[in-house]
Design a protein around this ligand. Structure first.
Ligand code: GLC
Length: 470
């Protein structure tokens, strides 16, 4: 392990899901001005860096993880002037900002993809992964990550030409084999870094390299498909791409980089976070996925025990400390609330449980990542119908569970437990309408349970509250 301290090892990072933090103009969606109005809250909490989930132009099929323009702000969240103001005002309080970098795929509304559709001779066809079908079907039997069926869809206007998408069909994967595409991405990244970002959280980055044989795999579900990650997650050849990415961008700015790098076995950690690693740190999902078998299909639940969880956590800590620095998290925008997930006894799914988890987590070695609302001990929502969910993977997981033979009640149960919408509910500021998220316009997503109990106004002066503990 390299023992010289890096500047980013001293940070406390707070993740903001902008749509759900604070809605300043009462249109139902959180926004940049809302975040600005709460900077003093964040400063008082003691955090030193904000990670903003994506705020780029996007049709919002996957909550802005489907980007249609990397260099414009989504008007739902505000303007570039608002963003610049956030950066400046945060800086004045000693708070740095990192953004989400989503470069495995774009939105199907991105101009590159649109040009690829419109013109068969366009160079943008090679920015994506296009393959002819096989006997009237998709080029192979890879199943997309969100459980949304095949990882291939017909390119609009074509009869036998498919494009590849690891996630939903509205998120076509970029072709990282194309050097020109890579350079275009590097220019965009450097543009943001030059603006004053401290770095990035880098989305789904272990998916950028696909096995170039594009071969069929043994099916692992009744749909005859097999998980795409078996052929597209952390595959041989990714090393050269990640190294090139680093030296062309992050290195030039001494930026902090936090890789969402699923599928990295502990034996390979050195390559990722060692002294010459691709990233400052990566999230380790081995312990976070203790409750599901495969990382993405929610009906495959495990019967995990607390001691198993402890072992996974210890294993993770020991593996990481041998080579580098950890990115510790209990929650993020893809996970259920930690109190609801890790605390089994309903008696403790409250401030006591949340505080116990906080104690455990702050004693881990590495950078703490606090997800908005975690500091209040916010709990899951409980939805009665699938229509109440916004998240694309919740709908797909529901359908997958039904297709595997589960009842509607059981399928809804899996989704309620695991849905990403558990973390995306409006932040609970106080006991006024919509928990103070806005002035009364219906929020884009319904509130979580017990919002009248677990909120900032209730907790701020209570010496035993989760907030006070944080
Ligand atoms: C990452 C993000 C998730 C998103 C997916 C596709 O896993 O955390 O929210 O849906 O990538 O971009």
């Amino acid at each position: 392990m390299d023992t010289t301290k890096k500047w980013w090892q001293k940070e406390v990072i707070y993740q903001i899901h902008p749509a759900s933090f604070k809605d300043s103009n009462n249109d139902g969606v959180g926004d940049l001005q809302g975040i600005i109005s709460k900077l003093s809250y964040l400063h008082d909490l003691g955090i030193t860096m904000i990670w903003l989930s994506p705020i780029y132009c996007s049709p919002m099929v996957d909550n802005d993880y489907d980007i249609s323009d990397y260099q414009q702000i989504n008007p739902r969240f505000g303007t570039m002037a608002d963003f610049d103001a956030l950066l400046a005002q945060a800086k004045a309080l000693g708070i740095k900002v990192i953004m989400d970098l989503v470069i495995n795929h774009t939105s199907d509304q991105h101009k590159w993809f649109q040009k690829a559709i419109q013109d068969p001779n366009s160079k943008y066809r090679d920015y994506y992964i296009l393959r002819p079908g096989k006997d009237g079907h998709a080029p192979n039997n890879w199943r997309s990550n969100f459980g949304s069926g095949s990882a291939w869809s017909l390119l609009p206007g074509e009869k036998n030409l498919y494009y590849h998408h690891v996630f939903s069909p509205q998120q076509p994967d970029l072709n990282w084999e194309n050097p020109e595409l890579r350079q275009a991405l590097y220019r965009m990244i450097n543009w943001w870094l030059a603006k004053g970002l401290a770095g990035f959280r880098i989305d789904a980055i272990t998916f950028i390299k696909k096995d170039q044989d594009f071969a069929d795999i043994t099916p692992d579900g009744k749909d005859g498909l097999g998980k795409v990650k078996r052929k597209a997650e952390n595959r041989p050849g990714i090393a050269a791409l990640l190294h090139e990415l680093r030296v062309n961008t992050f290195d030039k700015y001494d930026a902090i980089t936090v890789g969402e790098a699923s599928g990295v076995p502990y034996e390979q950690l050195t390559q990722f976070i060692g002294p010459q690693g691709y990233f400052s740190m990566i999230f380790d999902f081995h312990y976070a996925d203790v409750d599901i078998e495969s990382g993405s299909e929610w009906f495959k639940r495990t019967h995990w025990t607390v001691s198993e969880f402890k072992q996974l956590l210890f294993r993770s800590q020991l593996a990481i400390q041998k080579v580098g620095w950890g990115a510790n998290f209990l929650e993020n925008h893809d996970q259920p609330r930690s109190v609801s997930k890790y605390i089994k006894d309903p008696k403790y799914q409250n401030q006591i449980g949340a505080t116990a988890l906080a104690l455990l987590y702050f004693l881990l070695r590495g950078t703490p990542f606090i997800y908005q609302g975690q500091e209040l001990g916010m709990v899951n929502a409980k939805r009665q119908t699938i229509a109440e969910f916004d998240d694309v993977s919740s709908h797909n997981n529901y359908a997958r569970a039904l297709a595997e033979g589960y009842s509607k009640t059981a399928a809804l149960g899996f989704v309620n437990q695991r849905s990403r919408d558990n973390a995306r509910t409006p932040f609970q500021w106080d006991n006024t309408v919509n928990a103070g998220f806005n002035e009364g316009h219906q929020p884009w997503l319904g509130l979580a349970q017990h919002c009248d109990q677990f909120n900032y106004a209730n907790e701020k002066d209570d010496p035993y509250s989760t907030y006070q503990f944080y």
